[in-house]
Design a protein around this ligand. Structure first.
Ligand code: PMP
Length: 778
């Protein structure tokens, strides 16, 4: 690209964007300290930033910034930093020769929608903590990143702050000069020796209030929108990140120490600070302030009339003077307290396992032979204590994504306002009941609220019993409906397993409608399975009883991710109703759009239940559940005995439930589940053609099972292979689990925000793992 003018114009930016990036857009000039920046606005409104470097800019520096941003693309802070946009032919940095003036480089970065924090006086504690948390995430993410550019000299190198001491003579006012010189001497002799042994890594190194961007949607508190400008990013002591951010955030604040404590608390909640880091924090904050004061003094010495420097150095001086009056021990203990409040003590795996053995109920297994210590979740990802990212392919509880900001915000807001019970009128309760009921087909319209899937199912049993006058219940083989006595005794998965006492007399099981492995196979087996339900009804009636309920998951989870043979659920529920029983659909695992084609999984099976139970995804991890039934059944339950549930349906839970429904709708997650689910199913079926270990691939939307067999004729279950696959996938950063009566089914039921890219990466990893497994056996 060749420009003619030495200073690039808006026209140059537009033509460069068009010719090299294929972007049809208009450009507007943007401020920039080093680069010449332009905001690009495409016809569809999409925005990006075109950056033209200064002449003869250091290529290593630019490469470094680009590589750092690319590295962060797959990190928990991906949304919080700019993305590098490739040119139409895949380049990230393009030479830009401006005729006689020398070589520049041009790149395009994504636009982060926010304004510099410096413009926002409103800085609530939640925002300060959020800044701390995200800086810690950034530092953890960058721990595995390195580049020659990270080790270059830097005038603001915090570890060499004392080198700037030579400019102290240029501080005009003696008292201020003395203040800085005292601090610099302390830094040289007492602080620098403490750096040995501190954690090091690449950090942003300049999270000041011009580089931190915030956004506040109408009436909402400001939230962090991003962090820009990696121009000062370097490899140094990691805690400098926090110190630098805190120093700028403290400027001109009424209680600067409290501000720093909030940022530190947020930071330490993600990346706990060592004692040495906590002890050095105050000195590092002061060091950054001294550096700023010294750089300004130097600038003013060179340009005494520079009004900008005269004004901008004042807050720094005010803060330095204020800090000199704060007792350092007091300040450090404030930081220590802030960091301690933010989390429980950090223990290693062995200590945790020991404490669990001592103080936890004993009959509880831990996932994976090498347990994971997961410390954070975001979207479809989980992060362990070393900052390693895993794609969570099994957690159907955090349905709209781990820690979805809208759900967290709704909970936080309501929690801070009021939490009571359902005996008071509250808008959240009625609104939630109205919204939830509105998602069901008629005549399902009455809601009861509880706190877990078990509670919902237990209540469903009570509703069915009072309505029909009978306890007799038909369940599917291998079903699991909950952990209370009333449910364990009707759940073959539990009561017929180790430690179980067998099915209760009033419970009758029929085969799972498994068209792959069950007694009836093939696509037309639904009616055969339904006739088993009719047979069970006949047996109940034959011995003088009457059916109370037929209970089944709409799609079968613990039984091995089984999609009922077509026609089964509607025929079986019709049979139950003909016998004056009710059909209870357990949607605890599969509801809220997971199947993609419908919001409720029973709809995908053409069945209408009399009672539906909801749990897991309903609160995205917040403990809540619901039962939805007909007016008629709810009326039968009016016996004089009240149904009151202390926590069920409280205003906080309902706020959370509403937020979950909103997110599903706003983010189009049901349709999304259909699309990415189909992509995954298609890919798995392709793998099935190449890997004989895959006996069956089944699923709807993002509810998927992969059944592994050693022999496609005998269907010999490949259970040890399934465990090996799980471990190998974990080693590659993918979390899966097994289920099914024979422990040979890989189950996939991820947060619904799984992306097409996640799907492709999962398929590639699974392909590799299966190939290696077969190679090993061959
Ligand atoms: N029903 C089904 C289908 C379940 O999978 C579960 C939990 N795995 C439950 C009910 C019980 O839910 P909770 O653990 O929330 O009590």
């Amino acid at each position: 690209m060749t420009g003619t003018a030495s200073i690039p114009t808006v026209g140059d930016a537009e033509s460069t964007a068009h010719e090299i990036w294929g972007l049809d857009c208009r450009a507007e000039p943007l401020a920039g300290e080093v680069d010449r920046n332009f905001l690009l606005v495409a016809r569809n409104g999409e925005r990006s930033v075109l950056k033209i470097s200064r002449e003869n800019a250091d290529r290593v520096e630019l490469d470094y910034q680009i590589e750092a941003l690319r590295f962060l693309e797959r990190s928990p802070v991906a949304h919080f930093v700019q993305r590098v946009m490739p040119t139409a032919d895949g380049h990230l940095l393009v030479p830009y020769d401006r005729g006689e003036s020398g070589r520049c480089w041009v790149r395009v970065l994504s636009f982060l929608d926010g304004s510099p924090l410096v413009n926002t006086r409103k800085r609530p504690p939640a925002l300060l903590e959020e800044i701390g948390r995200n800086l810690a995430r950034l530092d953890l993410a960058l721990r595995d990143f390195d580049h020659p550019g990270a080790h270059r000299d830097h005038p603001w190198n915090i570890e060499r702050t004392h080198d700037l001491g030579r400019f102290s003579k240029q501080i005009a006012e003696p008292a201020r000069r003395e203040l800085v010189e005292r601090q610099i001497e302390r830094f040289r002799h007492e602080v620098v020796p403490c750096f040995e042994g501190l954690d090091r890594g690449v950090i942003h190194n300049d999270a000041n209030d011009y580089n931190l961007l915030v956004r506040s949607d109408s009436g909402e508190q400001p939230r962090l929108a991003g962090l820009i400008d990696f121009g000062d990013s370097r490899y140094t002591i990691t805690v400098a990140e926090l110190a630098i951010a805190a120093a700028y955030l403290m400027l001109d604040q009424e209680n600067p120490l409290a501000i720093a404590a909030l940022v530190a608390a947020g930071y330490a909640s993600v990346r706990p600070l060592s004692t040495a880091e906590q002890n050095v924090l105050l000195d590092l904050i002061k060091a950054r302030l001294c550096a700023s004061a010294l750089m300004s003094a130097r600038g003013l010495h060179l340009e005494p009339e520079n009004e900008y420097l005269q004004i901008s150095e004042q807050p720094v001086w005010r803060l330095l003077e204020r800090m000199s009056m704060i007792d350092p021990d007091e300040a450090t203990s404030t930081f220590v307290d802030a960091c301690a409040q933010s989390s429980a003590p950090v223990r290693n795996t062995d200590e945790i396992l020991e404490l669990r053995r001592k103080h936890f109920g004993f009959n509880l297994s831990i996932s994976y032979s090498e347990p994971l210590k997961i410390v954070r979740g975001e979207g479809q990802y989980l992060f362990d204590d070393s900052g390693r990212r895993y794609l969570d392919l099994v957690n159907n509880v955090c349905h709209v994504g781990h820690c979805h900001p809208s759900v967290v915000a709704a909970a936080r807001k309501q929690m801070a306002e009021l939490n009571t019970n359902t005996r008071y009128l509250h808008d959240n309760l009625t609104e939630y009941a109205l919204r939830l009921a509105g998602t069901f087909p008629e005549p399902l319209e009455v809601c009861f609220f509880a706190n877990s899937g078990t509670e919902a199912n237990d209540l469903a049993l009570r509703l069915a019993r009072t309505h029909t006058g009978s306890k007799e219940i038909i369940v599917l083989d291998h079903a699991y409906h909950g952990h209370s006595p009333s449910l364990v005794e009707i759940s073959p998965y539990k009561c017929e397993g180790p430690g179980g006492e067998g099915l209760a007399d009033h419970a009758h099981k029929v085969p799972m409608p498994d068209a792959y492995r069950g007694p009836f196979r093939g696509p037309n087996s639904g009616t055969d399975y339904a006739s088993e339900v009719r047979k069970a009804i006949a047996e109940i009636e034959g011995s003088g009883g009457k059916l109370g309920a037929f209970m089944a998951e709409s799609l079968i989870g613990c039984g091995g991710q089984v999609i009922p043979a077509p026609g089964f659920l509607s025929a079986a529920s019709d049979a139950a109703r003909s016998a004056r029983g009710v059909f209870i659909a357990d949607e605890v695992q599969v509801g809220f759009g997971r199947v993609g084609s419908h919001l409720w999984a029973f709809e995908s099976q053409d069945a209408v239940p009399d009672i539906v139970t909801l749990g897991k995804p309903i609160g995205n991890g917040h403990p809540m559940s619901a039962v939805v039934t007909t007016r008629e059944i709810a009326s039968s339950f009016v016996t004089g005995m009240e149904y009151f549930n202390t926590f069920g349906g409280n205003p906080v839970s309902c706020a959370v439930g509403l937020a979950v429904l909103d997110v599903i709708e706003k983010e189009g997650l049901q349709q999304h589940a259909l699309e990415v689910g189909n992509r995954l199913l298609g890919g798995l079926r392709e793998l099935q053609t190449r890997h004989t270990l895959i006996g069956d691939v089944r699923g709807l939307g993002l509810f998927i099972g992969i059944e592994l067999v050693r022999d496609r004729e005998t269907l010999e279950p490949a259970d040890t292979e399934a465990s090996q696959v799980i471990d190998e996938m974990k080693a590659r950063g993918f979390l899966l689990s097994t289920d099914g009566p024979l422990h040979n089914v890989l189950k996939i039921k991820p947060p619904m925000v799984l992306t097409a890219q996640d799907v492709d990466e999962t398929l590639q990893a699974l392909d590799e793992v299966l190939s290696e497994l077969t190679k090993g056996r061959g």
